[in-house]
Design a protein around this ligand. Structure first.
Ligand code: PMT
Length: 414
């Protein structure tokens, strides 16, 4: 068995809810995977599950009291706050979430959360009406607003509750929480807020133009700014994906928590994509405007005028990156773009088929206010059985819609 969490230091906070019994199984799952688990319980939690059980399952003393003299001597709250790689609060009750969002430090768990800079995963569990109550939602939103990338909210699930109600409020099952924890530790660029539909998925995106050198001072390129591809990278990241952005020359900042690999030419982009593909890829999005051709010969000296009125440069074809990805045996869900000046749908649909894509985004680049180097875009999203127009909006808002469609189609393809 591989110990995916080998050595990971996890502080498991248990608050007082009926779902606390699931935390025992969670503790067992985490330790089975190699994590070092320390348990902190609120007084309420001890009404639902005994500290002795949690001690036996974690193999470590359980911490309850803020001013417990024996605990202070062993591991005080400040020491405890500095210890974990990740704090998982499961179950997180409505009362606890309210206190946490207020920054209250009236018990050990509240105090060490205030003193800790570790990433926190909250696993809410409560009655559905309490979860849906605007006050709880406000508290959750406040925590997300304040901690942003340093907090995850996992769940709750819909379903039947201990009180007989049906609705959102059930705590996730131990195995699911454990796999979320594994995802966090295995992800090079941990997801931003919440679990997201692409949590645990690796997405590779190409963006921007390529430059095909003619000589040391000249190149062939196009008007792509990279804005569309960079916005897509942010949208995939916000859905919890690990994102690798393979970018041609652009003047844009890399979106936070996205891994950017900068390239210049189509050949370099092709080689980088193939290398990254080998490291795993669930979704590939080709938004780059890749030069179809490059100069056949690269002059190592600046080409001089030859005295003639005309001159020509022989070109040779570049590899088609997106078609190459789509022809691999374990092809990821592959999305292409089509930049067209006429017969938009016809040409885009043709490329969908010819390149064996799962989806193509048709871009009318004859309109200067959308497409290349614009702030806004409007596109047609075409799949084998579907075609939908996404109206004009900012590239970042459009990306959210495109990524939602990718999620919908990818899930239905699985
Ligand atoms: O970067 P922006 O300024 O924000 O502009 C966005 C955009 C207009 C560049 C973008 O939305 C877009 O339409 N990108 C695709 C441009 C393009 O090259 O289209 P194409 O029809 O020539 O290529 C079809 C598909 O094949 C594209 O997914 C392209 O990335 C891919 N391709 C093309 C050639 C090649 N050698 N390898 C490829 O992978």
């Amino acid at each position: 068995m591989t110990l995916c969490l080998n050595g990971a230091k996890i502080l498991l906070g248990i608050t007082g809810g009926i779902a606390a019994y699931k935390s025992a199984e969670l503790c067992r799952e985490l330790t089975k995977k190699g994590a070092n688990v320390r348990v902190v319980m609120t007084k309420g939690a001890t009404e639902f599950i005994t500290p002795l059980s949690m001690q036996a399952l974690s193999g470590n003393p359980v911490h309850i009291e803020l001013l417990d003299s024996s605990a202070e001597a062993g591991m005080g709250h400040i020491e405890l706050a500095k210890w974990p790689d990740l704090i998982v609060i499961a179950p997180a009750t409505a009362n606890f979430i309210a206190r946490y969002s207020q920054g209250l430090a009236d018990d050990l768990l509240g105090t060490l959360l205030l003193a800790s800079t570790s990433r926190v995963a909250l696993v809410p569990a409560m009655n559905q009406a309490m979860w849906l109550n605007p006050l709880t939602q406000r508290n959750i939103n406040e925590l997300l607003r304040i901690f942003q990338k340093n907090i995850d909210i996992w769940g709750p699930q819909n379903g039947e509750q201990a009180c007989g109600d049906v609705g959102p409020g059930r705590m996730l099952e131990a195995k699911e929480i454990c796999s979320n924890v594994e995802g966090l530790f295995s992800c090079k660029n941990p997801p931003v807020i919440g679990k997201g539909e692409l949590f645990g998925k690796r997405v590779i995106i190409t963006a921007g133009p390529t430059r095909e050198a003619v000589d040391p001072v000249r190149y062939i390129s196009n008007h792509s700014s990279g804005k569309m591809g960079y916005a897509l990278a942010g949208a995939c990241r916000d859905q919890g994906a690990e994102v690798v952005l393979i970018s041609g020359p652009c003047y844009l900042d890399c979106p936070e928590s996205v891994q950017r690999v900068s390239v210049i030419s189509a050949i370099e982009m092709y080689e980088t994509v193939m290398k990254e593909l080998n490291l795993g890829c669930d979704i590939f999005i080709a938004s780059a405007a890749v030069a179809d051709y490059r100069p056949l010969h690269l002059s190592d000296k600046k080409i001089k005028k030859n005295g003639e009125a005309d001159m020509s440069i022989a070109l040779c074809q570049n590899p088609d990156i997106v078609a190459s990805v789509a022809s691999t045996p374990h092809k990821p869900f592959t999305v292409g773009f089509a930049a067209e000046t006429n017969d938009l749908i016809k040409y885009a649909a043709g490329k969908l088929k010819k390149k064996n894509l799962d989806m193509i985004i048709a871009n009318d680049v004859s309109n200067p206010s959308i497409g290349f180097n614009s702030e806004q875009n409007e596109v047609h999203v075409i799949t084998k059985n579907d075609q939908i127009k996404l109206e004009r909006k900012s590239k970042s808002n459009l990306s959210i819609e495109i990524v939602n469609l990718i999620i919908k189609h990818k899930l239905s393809a699985c």
